[in-house]
Design a protein around this ligand. Structure first.
Ligand SMILES: Nc1ncnc2c1ncn2[C@@H]1O[C@H](COP(=O)(O)OP(=O)(O)O)[C@@H](O)[C@H]1O
Ligand SMILES: [Mg+2]
Length: 325
């Protein structure tokens, strides 16, 4: 059985456009312009149990909307989803007990209570038995290096500590399917790394299925073999991260800095990644690198040259714009 499966999953938000000011408020009584946003469009997913999949896309691509539908918080406009054989929107208690959604920008713990109190409530909610709860909690606290911190009021914690406690809360009941929506957003690099290491360990130990969205490519590069990329609600890539890398391994990134302003049509050089009058970043075929650099040195006031491999972040960003040349 697949852990997560969707068929032509779609979500269209309908919202009412409001005009600012009192005129808008009055007008709103009579006419309401409806705005439709096709947040998720015919997305097909098929994720095996035990996979750790990176779910990528630019802001507004539809990642959170998809995860909310997979958790049953939002109902699809059309299409269907199955999670561990259940239809998420039914919110079957058996499914809820085996799944968790963690949102990096949302607090699920009680702000005024020590985190440990929230954990105790969740234990009852998820009906985790005493022995298992104790063991699991101790383990999560240890791996996340939380120590006594769990006895502190949540409001007094740092962002990183709070996120770790959110993870404990979400994982106490050892869910089989875990959705992590930007779990490292806004954290310092040390906390990011700690959480990454934790997720790797958790995945190995629990054998859980994890769907992870992140802004940080490093999270995905370190943790996920498989990535799914969506852009404007549509799936644009689904496969191994290595495949993406291989596709671009014959390209190089050439950066030229100039000693004076340059206004130039770059099409004879390569594909422009970024350009300003002082500097241009180009993507060029590896085998032409020497010749292109030679040409640039001859024709342009070049002050500095650097050639690098293309990184995955570039590749992914390119996929976002839908132009995989
Ligand atoms: N409650 C909502 N009402 C209307 N539009 C929404 C709502 N939530 C999200 N959207 C829109 O749906 C699209 C997808 O949003 P989202 O799923 O949050 O993307 P992501 O998580 O990839 O950044 C965006 O255009 C966003 O503005
Ligand atoms: Mg989001």
């Amino acid at each position: 059985m697949l852990a997560v499966e969707t068929h032509d999953l779609c979500k269209t938000y309908v919202s009412v456009k409001k005009e600012p000011g009192i005129k808008g408020a009055l007008k709103g009584l009579f006419t309401r312009a409806k705005v439709e946003t096709q947040a998720v469009q015919s997305v097909n997913l098929s994720i095996e149990q035990g996979e750790l999949v990176g779910f990528l896309g630019p802001n507004g691509a539809g990642k959170t909307t998809t995860l909310k539908m997979l958790s049953g918080i939002l109902h699809p406009t059309s299409g269907e989803a199955k999670v561990l054989g259940f239809t998420p929107k039914d919110r079957n208690p058996q499914m809820l007990r085996q799944m968790s959604l963690v949102m990096g920008n949302k607090n699920q713990l009680w702000w005024d209570l020590p985190a440990a109190d929230s954990f105790a409530v969740l234990k009852e909610l998820y009906e985790v038995d005493d022995a298992r709860y104790k063991k699991r909690l101790a383990q999560l606290i240890e791996v996340l290096d939380l120590g006594d911190k769990v006895n502190t009021q949540v409001r007094k914690m740092s962002l990183g500590e709070r996120m770790k406690c959110e993870l404990v809360a979400a994982l106490l009941h050892a869910p089989k399917v875990v959705y992590l929506d930007e779990p490292t957003i806004g954290l310092d690099v040390v906390s990011q790394k700690r959480i990454r290491d934790f997720l790797r360990e958790l995945h190995q130990e629990d054998g859980s299925t994890i769907l992870l969205t992140s802004h940080y490519m490093q999270d995905v590069e370190e943790l996920c073999d498989r990535v799914i990329i969506i852009d404007q609600g549509k799936k644009v890539f689904d496969g191994r991260l290595q495949t993406l890398k291989d596709d671009y391994s014959d390209s190089r990134r050439l950066t030229l800095s100039f000693s004076e302003s340059v206004d130039q049509d770059w099409s004879a050089y390569g594909r422009v990644v970024e350009s300003s009058p002082e500097q241009v970043v180009l993507e060029i075929p590896r085998q032409d690198a020497a010749q292109i650099v030679g040409k640039a040195l001859q024709e342009l006031p070049v002050a500095d040259v650097s050639i690098q491999d293309i990184d995955v972040e570039d590749v992914v960003r390119r996929l976002f714009s839908g132009s995989k040349e």
